[in-house]
Design a protein around this ligand. Structure first.
Ligand code: ZN
Length: 110
């Protein structure tokens, strides 16, 4: 079974491997089934767009930049409390899953 995805949109993560290693950014999309996330300004790809007609509108050709999804194993959450890249722990309280920082034990969403 795959590791459960514990990142959420709005989290700040640090890239720990690959071309963008060391940069930080905000999670803007989560793709739980693929264990992937999209991080603002990270893993930026360029796509050449041909001119297309869509619903009466014409999209101009050119180069589109977009952030490609990346696997969650390439990032670590940056704890909003201690500001360190950390692993995420989860504990149960009143039936809710509470995410906490494994460095300083602070609740991440508090
Ligand atoms: Zn912390």
């Amino acid at each position: 079974m795959a590791t459960r995805l514990r990142l959420k949109r709005g989290d700040t993560v640090r890239i720990i491997s690959g071309r963008d290693k060391g940069t930080q950014g905000e999670v803007i999309r989560v793709l739980p089934r693929r264990d992937k996330i999209v991080v603002q300004g990270v893993n930026v790809r360029k796509k050449h767009q041909r001119q297309i007609q869509a619903g009466g509108r014409t999209m101009n050709p050119g180069i589109i930049q977009f952030e490609a999804p990346m696997h969650v194993s390439n990032v670590m959450l940056v704890c909003p409390k201690c500001n360190q890249p950390t692993r995420i722990g989860v504990r149960r309280e009143d039936g809710n899953a509470i995410r906490f920082c494994k460095q300083c034990e602070a609740e991440i969403d508090a």
